[in-house]
Design a protein around this ligand. Structure first.
Ligand SMILES: Nc1ncnc2c1ncn2[C@@H]1O[C@H](COP(=O)(O)OP(=O)(O)OP(=O)(O)O)[C@@H](O)[C@H]1O
Length: 259
């Protein structure tokens, strides 16, 4: 199957530092691709360039055959690219249902006047968003929590809520920034299953994650960064025995031990 997302020669510098340097890879529909690497390797910066948060200094991002390099996040969302963030961006005082409905409203962007005057078209959209949101909550195992205030959920449930909200945009590709960070083993496994189920439905997944066991369990393909450069890529089995990858991680541990 041809690639949905293609990244070619992508790079950015901050001052004199090449935070990401000439990185390229591709993601196909239904595939789970993970970006790994030691702290400061450039993973989040790469994500930020792909999702329109940073303007790349060099290179190209192609989504479904269209050059989308440097395109703003809402325009990327309209083209089927949705993302979550490392630090949860949930509205804590809103209900679980309202949080997912907010995702639908991002997609719809209905006429403001219709909403202001509470016209039938606006009420219909709200009803559709509510039923769509409940379906999504069932998919992530949170339908019974629909009426609860989001701030009262466990951390793992909040992470799943964030994925539900990203899915409200009906993405073709979902970028997940550390979806299991801060989760215990049971919560991580629930997120594992959810990501695998979303991929099986045909959505491409691009993941940044520190939990190496999770990465090796669920990824079809792994891209390894170190000091902004791609040092390896391949399936999990190949990556786990790649000498350059082992050296990059051991180098970090040695530095940590010295510090
Ligand atoms: N906005 C910025 N301004 C200056 N330097 C930055 C900026 N963002 C990132 N950097 C630097 O770019 C490099 C890559 O950082 P990045 O956060 O992308 O790494 P990472 O692999 O995501 O790390 P971690 O695993 O710790 O999240 C680091 O040296 C970082 O200090």
């Amino acid at each position: 199957m041809s690639a949905l997302l293609t990244v070619e020669g992508l790079g950015i510098s901050f001052g004199g530092l090449k935070a990401v340097d000439e990185v390229g890879f591709a993601v196909r529909p239904g595939e789970i691709v993970s970006i790994i690497g030691p702290n400061g390797a450039g993973k989040t910066t790469l994500f930020n360039m792909i999702s329109g948060v940073y303007l790349p200094g060099r290179g190209r991002v192609t989504l479904n055959g269209e050059d989308v390099t440097g395109m703003e996040p809402h325009l990327l969302a309209a083209r089927g690219l949705s993302r979550t963030f490392q630090n949860l961006q949930i509205f804590q005082s809103m209900t679980v249902l309202e949080n997912v409905m907010a995702g639908f409203h991002l997609k719809e962007r209905g006429p403001v006047l219709a909403d202001l005057f509470n016209l039938p078209s606006s009420r219909r959209r709200a009803a559709e968003a509510a039923s769509g949101a409940i379906e999504l909550l069932a998919r992530v195992g949170l339908d019974k929590a629909a009426g609860r205030e989001a701030g009262n959920l466990s951390y793992g449930a909040l992470k799943r809520l964030e994925i539900a909200r990203a899915l409200a945009l009906s993405p073709r590709i979902l970028l997940l920034d550390e979806p299991a960070a801060g989760c215990n083993a049971v919560e991580t496994e629930e997120i594992d299953h959810l990501i695998a189920e979303v991929a099986r439905s045909g959505v491409a997944i691009l993941l940044v994650e520190h939990d190496m066991k999770m990465v090796m369990r669920i990824s079809n393909h792994v891209v390894v960064l170190d000091h902004g450069q791609k040092i390896a890529e391949g399936d999990p089995a190949k990556i786990s025995r790649d000498p350059a990858v082992i050296a990059a991680y051991l180098g970090t541990e040695a530095a940590d031990a010295e510090g």
